[in-house]
Design a binder for this molecule. Sequence first.
Ligand code: GDP
Length: 297
Amino acid sequence: MAFEGLADRLQSTIKKMTGKGKVSEQDVKEMAREVRLALLEADVNFKVVKDFVKKIKERAVGTEVMESLTPGQQVIKIVKEELTALMGGEQSKIAVSERPPTVIMMVGLQGAGKTTTSGKLANLLRKKHNRKPLLVACDVYRPAAVDQLETVGKQLGIPVFSQGTEKNPVDIAKEAIEHAKAEHLDYVIVDTAGRLHVDENLMGELTQIKADINPDEIFLVVDAMTGQDAVNVAETFDSTLDITGVVLTKLDGDTRGGAALSIRAVTHKPIKFAGMGEKLDELEAFHPERMASRILG
Ligand code: GDP
């Protein structure tokens, strides 16, 4: 299960505080030390950990806890609130363009789950929001990627705009938007090319697509299992493309949680969705508070 180690450690640390009628500064110090270790072990960015622990300490030794009738409970509440804030506080919504179609550009490294997530997102928009999406195959470097998106579209009964692998992805994306307008489709989800590593060619192409189609959202798809690497990838994509949100995939796996807990703090961009499995209905809106509750039990 995701976050298992982190959840176990935080819960046992916090349990020690629960029954306390009084919390001393020494207690808070010890708790903060344990929280710090638990987060570092979960592969959370060290700067993020430092700030987080500082905040908890400040609040816990403040009057908020000392004058409370249930100091232990109060400490738990603080940790939960700060974890929620760390992951972005409020749940963040998806854009709706005033002039349809709303264009969403999906970016990310190969294998992160971009194509699957494009399908999942189209499915979610249709099912939950009653929208009419169009999937667009712009990964023209791997014929298998175009086929994969077409298969996903077929499975879902959602139209896929593809023009094989000969054409320039910028032109495909532009034509797809025109097609969506003509067909009165209200969301266009552009599945772009990925590479195994961040490289200049990829960034150049994505920058060009962005400039030409002017998307309402740019979602970076990252694999939660890759921990700190996911955070570094997010920083790089964001500095080039100014992404609008992150989709964390494979949160159903055995991730330690570092990416989920650091990405927002490092990039200041919200985590919008979480991939919870390989099936096309396994995408959820990301709720920071629910995630914090899950970690703290
Ligand atoms: P792309 O190269 O970024 O387009 O990645 P794909 O969409 O082809 O996905 C790569 C692999 O990750 C596939 O085997 C997907 O089934 C799998 N995958 C994608 N999202 C999730 C997820 O949320 N959970 C799990 N367990 N697997 C996922």
